[in-house]
Design a protein around this ligand. Structure first.
Ligand code: ZN
Length: 70
């Protein structure tokens, strides 16, 4: 297997834009600092939700059980 070591490209997990996987791309796998921060923010929000309110979660699934109520 003769590896064609061109530039490896990955897709930004946030916006799907292709990012060159190289030292210069310091926000990889994200295309930019912005996308990286958005992803980190999403993570933080997720953790907050899990740690936060199971009561609210119950409420949510309850309303999902009654589709007529929709
Ligand atoms: Zn992006």
């Amino acid at each position: 297997m003769s590896s064609t070591t061109k530039c490896t490209k990955v897709k930004c997990p946030q916006c799907g834009k292709s990012v060159e996987w190289k030292p210069e791309s310091k926000y990889r796998p994200f295309c930019s600092d912005r996308c990286r921060l958005i992803d980190l923010g999403a993570w933080a929000a997720e953790e907050h939700k899990i740690a936060g309110s199971s009561q609210f979660d119950d409420f949510m699934s309850e309303s999902l059980d009654n589709p007529e109520h929709y």
